[in-house]
Design a protein around this ligand. Structure first.
Ligand code: ADP
Ligand code: MN
Ligand code: MN
Ligand code: MN
Length: 345
């Protein structure tokens, strides 16, 4: 008996990449294959902004596989990275750079939990927005209950079940501040694991919502004006940060040094200046700050972390549409270098 493998990859759409996938039928003998043994495959890069038409072939190399919760049985989801035909990483392949940096600082045992916010749309309006108007102002929707406050819970529950069946490290879900806006969290996991799994969880979100006739978007500011944007708060720690408070402070300080605030923010998702306005629980995009319990700071130290004298930090700046391979690479690169320099490893 053959089985189905859904090969998923990240395309070259700018400024924000999209997910693509297609189905490969595999032979019975490949059922027990490890990821490294799954076959490479190809695709038409000229249709995904990853090649010119006259030399359009690109390579899909499997990097992680998960049980397919939608098809079930022995079918699998296969996350791939994109290579050129000489088997080197394609320019759009941000995973390769993360693998290098994560490997360099592996001894510091970085882990991440990413809070993915997103918004459901039905047609041109967020789910729950009335035809030709606006719902009641924000205030009651966050973690709310009831048909007047909650829109899309059936989709959210189906997505959560699909993620868990796929074996993804989801740590929770909640309704967000704007109607039709939700969040799920992935992690804590290693840099590559959290990033791979976040991309697969996003794919499952779109795919699950498809069956409900609803679309989901990672647009960081889906409704202009006095409505919350959508972020991807990135919680981060190293072994030292999980053991001592001076390492927490070193990490926070390192993110404010020299060109670091800009190096980070400009890679934290397209349209970040629309979301990081200083309003709606954000810090202005061009001013770095950190503080305990401060949801108006760029980086928050949770109160429990100060109390315990150890734990993790939350970078609140990344947009919902951030590339997790990029944000985890930047945080590991900046903070782990500073911790190493300070001898806090
Ligand atoms: P918030 O209060 O900001 O909404 P959430 O509960 O949504 O926080 O998300 C916090 C995330 O931080 C979770 O994904 C959790 O797994 C993660 N996390 C917890 N401890 C650590 C740690 N030591 N290092 C990195 N991430 C962590
Ligand atoms: Mn959260
Ligand atoms: Mn949130
Ligand atoms: Mn948060």
């Amino acid at each position: 008996m053959t089985f189905k493998a859904e090969y998923i990859w990240i395309d070259g759409t700018e400024p924000t990449a999209k997910l693509r996938s297609k189905t490969k039928i595999l032979a019975d003998s490949q059922r027990t294959a490890t990821v490294a043994d799954l076959p490479i495959w190809g695709f038409d890069g000229s249709s995904t902004n990853q090649a010119e038409g006259h030399a359009s072939d690109r390579v899909l190399r499997p990097v992680a596989s998960y049980p397919d919760p939608i098809r079930g049985g022995d079918d699998i989801l296969v996350l791939c990275e994109v290579l050129d035909i000489d088997m080197t990483p394609h320019a759009s392949n941000t995973r390769a750079a993360l693998a290098e940096v994560a490997g360099r600082y592996a001894a510091q045992e970085s882990i991440f939990g990413i809070e993915q916010e997103y918004t459901f749309f039905k047609g041109a309006r967020p789910l729950g927005f009335p035809e030709g108007g606006f719902p009641a102002a924000q205030g009651g929707y966050y973690c709310g209950v009831g048909a007047d406050e909650i829109f899309g819970r059936d989709v959210v529950e189906a997505h959560l079940d699909n993620c868990l069946k796929a074996g993804l490290g989801i740590s929770g879900i909640n309704a967000e501040v704007m109607p039709g806006q939700w969040e799920f969290q992935v992690g804590p996991l290693s840099p590559l694991e959290v990033s791979d799994q976040l991309w697969v969880a996003r794919w499952l979100l779109y795919r699950t919502a498809e069956d409900f006739g609803v679309s989901a978007t990672l647009d960081p500011k889906p409704v202009k004006g006095d409505w919350n944007g959508a972020g991807a708060h990135t919680n981060f720690s190293t072994k030292a940060m999980r053991e001592r408070y001076d390492a927490i402070i070193t990490a926070c300080e390192s993110l404010g040094e020299g060109s670091k605030p800009m190096d980070h923010v400009k890679n934290y998702g397209a349209g970040i200046d629309d979301r990081l306005t200083g309003l709606h629980e954000t810090a202005p995009w061009n001013e770095y700050s950190y503080g305990v319990s401060d949801r108006g700071a760029s980086v928050r130290i949770p109160w429990q972390v100060e109390k315990d004298g150890k734990g993790y930090i939350e970078d609140r700046r990344p947009n919902a549409n951030v590339d997790p391979y990029v944000v985890t690479r930047l945080l590991v690169d900046t903070c782990c270098a500073a911790l190493e320099k300070a001898g806090q490893v």
